[in-house]
Design a protein around this ligand. Structure first.
Ligand code: AHG
Ligand code: MN
Ligand code: MN
Ligand code: MN
Length: 353
């Protein structure tokens, strides 16, 4: 009958969060121990996610009409952010939308944004959450209509803390949740709260994120590599030899070279890696000796999501990304993430040398 093709029982993000709250409470009571992931039990997290999803919808809408209302292009001559990126109009707008939404959510105490030099402290918020965000990731691609996104990592204030820099300069494994939105053909939301990864797609008519990729797992192996080869003259010999080994058919089990795929927006390259597998890398090089991607709001959240989906995320030396800790809020790191098989081959290669 009709209902077989027409789904009348969709799982929206709010319903998904209520379900996970109930499951978590049951699990927590059954295990009767205070797990660090108590983030989803108090309902506070559901409130925070509601604010976050509003920010994603607002940014998505703003981007999709940006050509029509002349929002493309630079914020202004020579205006750049703390890490030296030239700011686009949408970088600034996305940042403002995010700051206002987090302030309005009342349960965020501290906010780090790529587009803000300093840590933002919400004086009047009684909240216990620390949010780090990249409001528009891939903004150099914006004017070409290529997919961009928003990346978010979430920590909790240290017990008894009122909110200081100390609550932000944390180890990656102290994150309680991470998510990204990707503004592509559809608007996707990919989320983890520490027990797996779930993907949602925005239904523009309903204005709701619908669960479309429950329990997302990254493929164990895939012959795809995603790196900016334009930097290869600046790479170390070790990295150059590893990448060229992927292109050597005689070194592959199926005698086929790896395929190159590079969008230039981390969210788009990582989203493809979640769905198709393979590896994504942004190594250190002579031009960017500490790497280009920022720890708190690019490497950490993507590493947490990738590990929760059965993948791996390490730096050029093979250190687990989640075991790193930034010394300042815009610190950068090299990153290699993706299918376990591909990351293991990289680890073997660097251990061999
Ligand atoms: P952002 O737009 O937030 O500054 O991030 C850009 C990052 C990331 O999206 C992407 O993976 C990387 O820059 C691409 O860098 P290259 O253009 O140097 O390859
Ligand atoms: Mn930038
Ligand atoms: Mn970015
Ligand atoms: Mn950005």
């Amino acid at each position: 009958q009709a209902s077989e093709t027409f789904d009348t029982d969709v799982i929206t993000l709010p319903r998904f969060l209520i379900n996970s709250q109930i499951q978590f409470n049951q699990k927590k009571n059954a295990l009767n121990h205070n797990n660090k992931f108590n983030v989803v039990t108090t309902g506070e997290f559901t409130l925070l996610l509601n604010s976050l999803q509003f920010a994603f919808k607002f940014i998505s809408q703003t981007i999709r009409k940006s050509e029509l209302i002349n929002l493309l292009g630079l914020a202004g001559e020579g205006i750049s952010n703390a890490t030296g990126d030239v700011q686009k109009k949408l970088d600034v707008l996305g940042d403002e939308i995010f700051i206002n939404t987090m302030k309005g959510s009342k349960n965020v105490k501290l906010l780090v944004s790529e587009e803000q030099e300093d840590l933002i402290y919400f004086q009047n918020n009684a909240g216990t959450y620390v949010v780090c965000c990249d409001p528009i990731d891939g903004s150099s691609n914006l004017d070409a209509g290529v997919s961009v996104g928003t990346i978010v990592s979430i920590f909790k204030l240290k017990p008894g803390s009122k909110g200081t820099l100390d609550d932000v300069l944390r180890y990656g494994h102290e994150m309680v949740a991470a998510c990204y939105a990707m503004y592509g053909a559809s608007t996707h939301l990919v989320l983890t709260t520490g027990s797996g990864v779930d993907g949602f797609t925005l239904d523009n008519n309903l204005g709701e994120f619908i669960l479309t990729h429950p329990d997302l797992k990254v493929p164990v192996q895939r012959s795809i590599y995603s790196i900016n080869e334009g930097n290869s003259y600046y790479w170390t010999e070790q990295i150059t030899s590893f990448i060229s080994s992927l292109k050597d058919p005689s070194k592959q089990k199926d005698n086929k070279p790896y395929t190159a795929r590079y969008v230039g927006s981390m969210v788009a390259d990582v989203h493809r890696t979640f769905l198709y597998g393979g590896l994504f890398a942004y190594p250190c090089d002579k031009k960017s000796p500490n790497g280009k991607l920022r720890l708190l709001y690019e490497a950490f959240p993507m590493a947490f999501l990738m590990e929760q989906a059965g993948g791996k995320a390490v730096d050029d030396k093979g250190n687990r990304i989640l075991d790193l800790k930034p010394n300042s809020i815009h610190d950068k790191s090299s990153i290699w993430l993706g299918s376990p098989n591909e990351i293991d081959s990289f680890l073997k290669h660097i251990q061999k040398d």
